[in-house]
Design a protein around this ligand. Structure first.
Ligand code: F3S
Length: 470
């Protein structure tokens, strides 16, 4: 029996691709094992978002190759490279990394089994290594019945509701890697969600490049080009959320990767009215100055974003807002950066990440003559993070004394509705509660971005003074 070990790098979209590969391997009777050293085949599923992600991918491939060279019995081990880096550099990589036995693109995750079989057949016949054709633009999108083996813990799952991206952001390479936006049908997503809830999943994390664009690519199929003017004529994220909310069971639905350009009053109303949708919104904004938003081609304006944030806060009481900003983008002036800091100070995002701009080959921003020095990017990054840290500490302190519903991840570790898996902070509970279940806890302290808690109704043990000896 062929044994395979898979190393998954990058984001949750890549993780789903890994899950699809593992699902196909298991369905074909192959064995999937955690120890790369013992496997017949090692697959590295790569990321290529920014320089540091590429470096990590290359390093992982080189280490996997080095490891097989060190072990006599493993010199025949096959090394396959998949994922975004393989897709992005389909032409260059085979020449640059001859030690890799095969590269596959994003559209070939379902073809992993025949590829492995061919690799071993080729060895038996001592013929040419199999050549895989990688499409220039990816078009694949999984369905509810695509074989998949979940690699997340029992209680949460990622659900890819769409793939690809139609936005023209000048800093981002992902649309060139993952192709044009294509949505699944509501029926397909709901069937998958029902299955996951039946398996005991307590949190569905909806993902795509832009979840708010869900369905919009298919509107013209329903009623011609004018359908874009009338959201009722096609699938929308709001309709999908209402259908998911109607599935029976006790679970959260979490919305990740929304784009400010596609929010609607209907979406805000839907989140407010559907109790299973987490009071949590992930909306990468990237900047707030019109000068920067224009250069980034974000298709939004400062006013639009400010109005939207106000509308979300007013329409969904208790919402936790997560965003990300890029600092040091080409041409960012002192005034742009000061405007960004003022916006962070005023909006008090509950969760916030900051990226230093990374000059990515193949993007329009990379060609700009207004690149900023690394030192300045670094200074701006630290200034923005220091500000957010003080805001987060204040917001965390305000939580002390409140009772929150949490999802228990491991003994003593839980997450609240306002914490997305692997991104946000956690709630450390002073007792071991049943894992993969919901529980109510009372917050009694703060540690950096995390909260400390006790099960509801419990009080910290009081120290009892020893009785004086007679
Ligand atoms: Fe994700 Fe990295 Fe690809 S962030 S979409 S795995 S480039």
């Amino acid at each position: 029996m062929i044994s395979v070990s898979l190393i998954s790098l990058g984001c949750a979209k890549n993780l789903i691709d890994s899950e699809i590969m593992v699902g196909h391997l298991l369905a074909a009777g192959m064995q999937v094992i955690p120890e790369a050293a013992k496997a017949d085949v090692v697959i590295v599923n790569t990321c290529s978002f920014i320089d540091s992600a590429k470096e990590e991918s290359i390093q992982t491939i080189l280490e996997a190759n080095e490891q097989r060279g060190l072990r006599k019995r493993r010199r025949d081990q096959k090394l396959i490279v998949a994922g975004c880096m393989s897709q992005r550099f389909a032409k260059e990589l085979p020449g640059e990394m001859p030690e890799v036995d095969a590269f596959i693109g994003l559209d070939q995750v379902t073809k992993i089994v025949p590829l492995i079989e061919k690799l071993f057949d080729h060895e038996r016949a001592r013929g040419e290594a199999p050549v895989t054709e990688i499409n220039r633009r990816s078009t694949f999108i999984p369905d509810f019945d695509t074989p998949r083996f979940r690699l997340t813990p029992r209680h949460f799952a990622y659900v890819k509701i769409a793939e690809g991206c139609n936005h023209p952001c000048t800093f981002c390479i992902i649309p060139q890697i993952r192709g044009r936006h294509r949505s699944r049908t509501i029926e397909s997503v709901v069937r998958e969600a029902r299955q996951l809830v039946a398996e005991g999943v307590k949190e569905l994390n909806l993902i795509s490049q832009d979840t708010t664009y869900f369905g919009m690519d298919r509107w013209s199929e329903h009623a011609g080009p004018r359908a874009k003017l009338d959201s009722a004529r096609g699938d929308t994220l709001a309709l999908l959320l209402r259908e998911l909310n109607a599935i029976e069971g006790d679970f959260w639905i979490r919305l990740l990767y929304t784009h400010p350009a596609h929010w609607s009053d209907e979406l805000i109303r839907t989140i407010a009215e559907c109790p299973k949708i987490a009071r949590y919104v992930d909306m990468p904004l990237q900047h707030i100055s019109d000068h920067m938003l224009g250069k980034m081609q974000r298709e939004t304006s400062s006013k639009h974003i400010r109005d939207l944030v106000r509308a979300i806060r007013a329409g969904i009481p208790g919402i936790t807002l997560r965003t990300t900003f890029i600092v040091g983008f080409p041409g960012e002036t002192e005034a742009d950066f000061a405007e960004l800091l003022a916006f962070i100070r005023q909006t008090r995002f509950e969760r916030l990440g900051v990226f230093r701009y990374s000059q990515e080959e193949g993007t329009r921003a990379a060609k700009s003559a207004e690149q900023l020095p690394d030192k300045l990017k670094e200074q701006r990054f630290h200034a923005a993070m220091a500000l957010q840290q003080s805001i987060a500490r204040e917001l965390g302190t305000n939580e002390v004394g409140r009772t929150l519903r949490v999802l228990v991840e491991a003994p003593g570790i839980a997450r609240a509705m306002g914490d997305a898996p692997d991104i946000d902070g956690r709630v450390f509970v002073a007792r071991a509660l049943p894992v993969s279940e919901f529980a109510d806890v009372t917050i009694n302290g703060v540690r950096d971005y995390d909260l400390l808690a006790l099960p509801r109704g419990e009080h910290p043990a009081r120290s009892v003074a020893p009785k004086p000896a007679r």
